[in-house]
Design a protein around this ligand. Structure first.
Ligand code: ADP
Length: 199
């Protein structure tokens, strides 16, 4: 069995920056966010299931998923959210497993903002948390996406708290300096994972 490292962190913590560094070291990275978009692509069976469950209004004119309409629909409707999750989550999980199996590097990284929340950590051998203060998360995410403070705060509020993630993670990297500093902290972990993958 190939070693699978689950990489997580709140919005703006530096997950993408860290996973890009691992990719540069030749490590295959499976991104749960990308998989989640792929499984509902126009013409996909999962998208057809969503239309069957909710109606045609979940589609845009070009046949793609109307994410905003669906997001707003499930926002305060728990039953609708459960229906959505029961359709998408198994497909996402299946596709993640397939992509992890196709990896060719000594170990593979599964990057997911909701690694613990959606139990995707069950697919991993160990977990790495990219950690940052809420202030830094907000500063970085607002600079990257131009999202409002309220939007970023509501995303942070919906994610598991920093402390909970710290308790669950096997490895923690505090991303509170420059990017070069982050990379310096990642290198010994990369070497450790390589060593573990040879056992
Ligand atoms: P996440 O994927 O966790 O949401 P990103 O890796 O996209 O976060 O980081 C958010 C933004 O902050 C990006 O624009 C990224 O380049 C920047 N960033 C991340 N870490 C640092 C750092 N240590 N120093 C400066 N900018 C950073």
């Amino acid at each position: 069995m190939r070693l699978i490292v689950g990489l997580t962190g709140g919005i703006g913590s530096g997950k993408s920056a860290a996973s890009q560094w691992f990719e540069q070291q030749g490590i295959c990275v499976v991104d749960a966010d990308i998989v989640a978009r792929e499984v509902v692509e126009a013409g996909s069976p999962v998208l057809a299931q969503l239309v069957a469950a909710f109606g045609d209004w979940v589609l845009l004119d070009n046949g793609e998923l109307n994410r905003r309409a669906l997001r707003e629909h499930v926002f305060q409707d728990n039953a609708a959210r459960q229906t959505l999750n029961s359709i998408t989550h198994p497909a996402i999980r299946q596709s993640i497993i397939q992509q992890l199996e196709q990896a060719t590097s000594p170990y593979v990284i599964l990057v997911s903002p909701l690694l613990f929340e959606s139990q995707q950590n069950q697919l991993t051998s160990r977990t790495l948390l990219i950690d940052a203060s809420v202030e830094l998360q907000i500063a970085r995410a607002s600079q990257r996406d131009g999202q409002s403070l309220e939007q970023i705060q509501s995303i942070i509020a919906a994610q598991m708290s920093r402390e909970q993630k710290q308790n669950l993670a096997d490895d923690i990297v505090l991303n509170d300096g420059e990017l070069a500093h982050l990379y310096t902290k990642l290198r010994p972990l990369h070497l450790h994972y390589l060593a573990l993958s040879e056992q």
